[in-house]
Design a binder for this molecule. Structure first.
Ligand code: FES
Ligand SMILES: [Fe+2]
Length: 405
C-alpha cells in the first residue's frame, strides 16, 4: 500500500497540544476546517486503521451479507459456508462493476449484474463465461479483492491496510476492561442516523467530556452528575472512563429506571452504579450502561460535515420480556444526541471565525486532551507517542447521593 502524502501539519504546529493538559493548547482550527486535512485523514487514517463497520449478529447465517463504505471504498462483509466472516471490495474483477447494491441480504453466491461473473461466498471466482480459452487466465487469480476483518465483542472491524498491525494491537488493553461482559450477545433494537454540520473530531471531543452536561444536558446531568466518575489510564488507541449514577437512578433513561430490565450479562459489583464511555480510535464511541450498550459511529463526510450513526443494543433476555420497551432509553439519548450536535455545530461555526485561536483545556477536559493527543501524534508523524495520564485531582469527592461501585 502506498504511503499517504505528507501530513498537513508539522510537529511544531501541534507541539502546544502535546504539552501536559494544564499547559496545553487545543489543535489548530485548520484541522477542523481544511478540505486538505480531511482528504489526508481519509487516506492516512480511515483507509488504513481498524474501523468498526457492523455487528457480527447481522451476519448470523452463511450467505448473509452487509455492505459498508470506508474511505470511499465500497465493501461487502459476508459469512461464508464454513461460517467464516469475510470482507471484500465490492468490485467485479472483470470490468469493475459494483457487485451488490442492496445494503443487506442473503445470497448463495455473489454474481455480477453485468456479465454474470460468479464468486463464492469466500470470494473465489467460480464462473466467468467465455474465459475458458483465454491465455494466461486462471479463475484462481481473479477472486474478489479481500480486506482484513476481525471482530471484538461482536463488533466487526475492517482495515484496508493489508500490512497494518492486527486489531488486537490497536485495541491494546481495552478488551481487558470489558472482558467480563458479553457485548457480542446483545441485540440491536434501534438505530438512528444524524447529519451533523461539525467535523468528526469535534463530535469525538464533545463525547469525551461532560463539562458541558449541566448546561447542555440537564436531564443527563441529573442522573450522572458531570463531576462524579473517573478515567482510565489507557494503552493503545482508545480513551475513556466512567461516570456514576446518582442515588435513586438505575440507568440512563428518561426516568433513570430499568423497569425490570436485567443488567448486562457479566455486569459485576465493581460495575454497579457506573456508566462507561469509551472512544475507540478513530470513530467508534462505545457507551456501556447497566442494562444496555449504545454505540456512535462518526463518519466524516467532508471537512466540517459528519454522519453520526447511533445504535442501541440490549441483552436478548431483556428484549424477550413481554413488557420490554426501550422508548425511555431511545428518547433520552435522541434528546441528548441532538443537544450534543447543536453545540458541536456551534463550535464548528465559531472555529471558522478569524477571531478564533485555539483555547486552553480545562482540567475537566483531560479526555478531550487524550483524544487530541491521538490526533496530534498522528499529525506530527514523528514516531513519538505522547504520554497521557488522566487527572486524578479534578473530580469532586463522591457525593453521598452518588453510589460508587
Ligand atoms: S463487470 Fe462483472 S462480469 Fe463484467
Ligand atoms: Fe453531551
Amino acid at each position: 500500500m502506498t504511503r499517504p502524502a505528507r501530513s498537513p501539519f508539522r510537529p511544531a504546529d501541534v507541539a502546544a497540544t502535546r504539552r501536559p493538559v494544564d499547559e496545553a493548547r487545543q489543535l489548530p482550527a485548520r484541522a477542523f476546517l481544511d478540505p486538505a486535512v480531511f482528504a489526508w485523514e481519509q487516506e492516512a487514517w480511515f483507509a488504513r486503521d481498524w474501523l468498526c463497520v457492523g455487528r457480527a449478529s447481522d451476519l448470523a447465517e452463511p450467505g448473509r451479507y452487509i455492505l459498508a463504505e470506508v474511505a470511499g471504498e465500497r465493501l461487502i462483509l459476508v459469512r461464508d459456508r464454513a461460517g467464516a466472516l469475510g470482507a471484500f471490495h465490492n468490485v467485479c474483477r472483470h470490468r469493475g462493476a459494483t457487485l451488490l447494491e442492496a445494503a443487506t441480504g442473503r445470497l448463495p453466491r455473489i454474481q455480477c449484474p453485468y456479465h454474470a461473473w460468479t464468486y463464492g461466498l469466500d470470494g473465489r471466482l467460480s464462473r466467468a463465461p467465455h474465459t475458458e480459452r483465454l491465455r494466461d487466465f486462471d479463475l484462481a487469480d481473479a477472486g474478489l479483492v479481500p480486506v482484513r476483518c476481525a471482530t471484538w465483542q461482536g463488533f466487526i472491524f475492517v482495515s484496508l491496510d493489508p500490512a497494518g498491525p492486527p486489531l488486537t494491537e490497536a485495541l491494546a488493553d481495552l478488551p481487558a476492561h470489558l472482558a467480563h461482559l458479553d457485548l457480542a450477545g446483545l441485540r440491536r433494537v434501534r438505530s438512528l442516523d444524524y447529519d451533523v454540520a461539525a467535523d468528526w473530531k469535534a463530535v469525538a471531543q464533545n463525547y469525551s467530556e461532560c463539562l458541558h452536561c449541566p448546561g447542555v444536558h440537564p436531564q443527563l446531568n441529573r442522573i450522572t452528575p458531570y463531576d462524579v466518575g473517573a478515567n482510565f489510564v489507557s494503552h493503545g488507541s482508545w480513551a475513556g472512563g466512567y461516570m456514576c449514577l446518582a442515588g435513586g437512578f438505575e440507568t440512563l433513561a428518561v426516568d433513570g429506571l430499568r423497569h425490570g430490565r436485567p443488567p448486562l450479562r457479566g455486569w459485576s459489583a465493581a460495575d454497579a452504579g457506573r456508566a462507561y464511555y469509551l472512544v475507540v480510535w478513530p470513530n467508534l464511541f462505545l457507551s456501556v450502561l447497566p442494562d444496555y450498550a449504545m454505540i456512535h459511529q462518526v463518519w466524516p463526510r467532508a471537512a466540517g460535515q459528519s454522519l453520526v450513526h447511533c445504535e442501541w443494543l440490549f441483552p436478548p433476555e431483556a428484549v424477550a420480556r413481554a413488557d420490554f420497551d426501550p422508548a425511555g432509553v431511545i428518547d433520552f439519548w435522541d434528546l441528548t444526541n441532538r443537544q450534543d450536535w447543536h453545540v458541536c455545530e456551534l463550535v464548528q461555526e465559531g472555529m471558522s471565525s478569524r477571531a478564533y485561536v485555539p483555547g486552553r483545556y480545562t482540567l475537566m477536559e483531560d479526555m478531550v486532551h487524550a483524544f487530541d493527543l491521538m490526533l496530534a501524534d498522528r499529525y506530527a508523524a514523528d514516531g513519538v507517542t505522547t504520554r497521557f495520564a488522566p487527572r486524578r485531582d479534578r473530580w469532586a469527592p463522591a457525593r453521598s447521593r452518588a453510589r460508587r461501585g
